[in-house]
Structures are given as structure tokens and as C-alpha cells.
Design a protein around this ligand. Sequence first.
Ligand code: 5RP
Length: 228
Amino acid sequence: MNEQELLKQQVAASAAQLVVPGSILGVGTGSTVKWFISELAKRDRLTPLNLAAIVTTSNRSKEQLESYGFKVVELADIDHADLVVDGADRVDDQLNGIKGGGGALTLEKSVAVNSEKNVWIVDEGKLVHHLGGFPLPVEVLPISCEQNFRQFEQAGLEPTFRQRQDGKRYITHYGNYIIDLGISPLPIPSGLAGYLDSTVGVVEHGLFLDICDELLIARHDGTVETRY
Ligand code: 5RP
């Protein structure tokens, strides 16, 4: 296993220990979360966790969870989650983050804001002092995506439509497009979040501010640091 994967496995194993038996668990999306799901299954095999419910933020994670025998329900089926474990693309000193590299930002944010506790699992390469260094995803409705694109261009946010490998536009789970904003570092994240929140046609964006409660960081020296 290469070092990067090893770091993901280490931080995922630490997060699996935070899951309380009988609780309602939210499981995010991404390559680090993939490790979390296998570590969760390992723990469950040793001593069954008897989770009250599991919700997830993508079909990828759902299929992996189901392959281990976990039953996955929809967000609409639960009142709240006790804990959500998810990855992130960048995290700053205040535990604010950019998420949505995998395109699952809308459901990720919906699950996150309906959870008592949010834990993010990252390797130290994702830490930044100021958010940036990774395109900020904005999910937009197809009907007004060209207008949104021009607005972002005029605002100097350096937009590009996310593309699939075949060159066509990437389509989200909800049938929308993603415009990635290339500007870096991000100008005052709370101001940018407010602007995007109030832009008609924007479904959701990948600025996750004041959401992460606990950050687990895999360090290259083999340790896992926790920040609150
Ligand atoms: C998906 C996400 C992921 O959590 C984020 O992209 C991190 O993924 P990875 O663990 O593969 O680096 O936000 O939409």
C-alpha cells in the first residue's frame, strides 16, 4: 500500500473508534471515507455496533456499506444523525473547509447540518491557513447555469464547468452541473458563502463553514492528531 493510502487508513481507523454502538451514523463520500467504511465493518465484525440507522451521501458509499451488510436509509427517514464522518478537500485553522471534490456536496451538507457532531478525516497535506488551493465546487441548476457562469466570471471567481472524462459536463446526483471556482485563496470565505447562498440558480456550494466539530489529521510520522 502506498503512503497516501496508509495515511487514509490510519485516520479512518481512528474515526471508526468514535462510533458509538446503537447510534445513528452519517457516512460521507471519498477515498478516505472508503477506508472508514472498511474500518467500520472490521470493528462491527469484532463486536456488532447495532447501529440504529446509517445514512450516507452518495451511491458509492451506500453500495460499499451494503456490501458489508449494513442497512442504509435515506436522510428523510431520520430526524438527525448522532455523528457524521466525512472527508474534506481543504481545511483551514478554524476547521472551515472546502468539500465537494467528489461532487456530493449537496447531500453532504444536508447530512452534516442535521448531525449532532461532524468529524472530518484528512491527511496533513489538506491543511491550509486560508481556504484555497483547491477549486471550490458550486452546484447549479442547468436552466440558469450559463448566467451563473457569467456572473462568476464577472466577479473574478475563475469559473470552469466540471467535466467528465468523455469531455461532457459532469452531472450531479440531482441532475445539476458543477461550476468549480478557481480563485485562490478564497476572498473572505463567509462573504463568498453569503454571495453564493443568495445567488439564484445555485443549489449548494462546497464552503463548509462552522460545520466541522472535530478534525482527525493523519501525519506523515504515523500519528493521528485531533483538533477541535
Ligand atoms: C466529496 C468530498 C470528499 O469528502 C472530499 O473530496 C475528500 O475526498 P478524498 O478523501 O477522496 O480526498 O467532499 O464530495
